[in-house]
Write a protein that binds this ligand. Structure first.
Ligand code: PRP
Length: 190
């Protein structure tokens, strides 16, 4: 495994630039997992992954944790164009579990405008968890329109459209092990 510009990673034909390499992501996740282990020592964490983007992050983060964890998922959809959110959020799949009295940690791949997470946190808080925190792999500080309490943050990225490590463009590229930008020609084809 190489650094953020690992040669094998940049070979993907649709990728213009690797912003955060696979090894870098995994190292940061191990650091965050150690923090979570410390913060939740003696407690049981309920990880709530926000589909679809968080599925890869959730799997990797969880495998670095040693505190007891349970899993649940929500699927939400923001109305808007392919690359921009509108702030109106629709719940496509709700949680299976009752989170009242639970220590809930929401796992998000990216906080862009912050509107999706803002909506989700209000919704989940109303269900009476004993604690509610957020882990977000990526944030776009220049884009964020609401102030959000993100307890665990991976990386800040510039205001460019990114794919990989769960993030898609037209449902593709989620399975890339790194975060990167697409070549402009890829958008032109769709
Ligand atoms: C992405 C991401 C967040 C949201 C962030 O999801 O996973 O949920 O957008 O944007 P915001 O901060 O501007 O609200 P997306 O709607 O692309 O769905 P997906 O995870 O299924 O790809």
């Amino acid at each position: 495994m190489g650094a953020s510009t690992d040669g094998a990673e940049s070979l993907h034909p649709d990728i213009e630039q690797v912003l955060i390499g696979s090894a870098h992501i995994q190292a940061r996740l191990r650091e965050i997992a150690a923090e979570i282990d410390r913060d939740y020592a003696g407690r049981q964490v309920l990880l709530v992954g926000v589909l679809k983007g968080a599925f890869i992050l959730m799997a990797d983060l969880a495998r670095s944790l040693t505190v007891p964890v349970e899993f649940d998922f929500m699927a939400v959809s923001s109305y808007g164009s392919a690359t921009q959110t509108s702030g109106v959020v629709r719940i496509l799949k709700d949680l299976d579990l009752d989170i009242a009295g639970r220590d809930v940690l929401v796992v998000e791949d990216i906080v862009d405008s912050g509107l999706t997470l803002n909506y989700l946190l209000r919704n989940l808080r109303a269900r009476g968890p004993s604690s509610l925190e957020v882990m977000a792999l990526l944030s776009k500080p220049d884009q964020t329109r609401v102030d959000l309490p993100i307890r665990y943050q991976g990386f800040a990225v510039p205001n460019v459209f990114v794919v990989g490590y769960g993030l898609d463009y037209a449902e593709r590229y989620r399975n890339l092990s790194f975060v990167g930008t697409l070549r402009p020609e890829v958008y032109a084809q769709t």
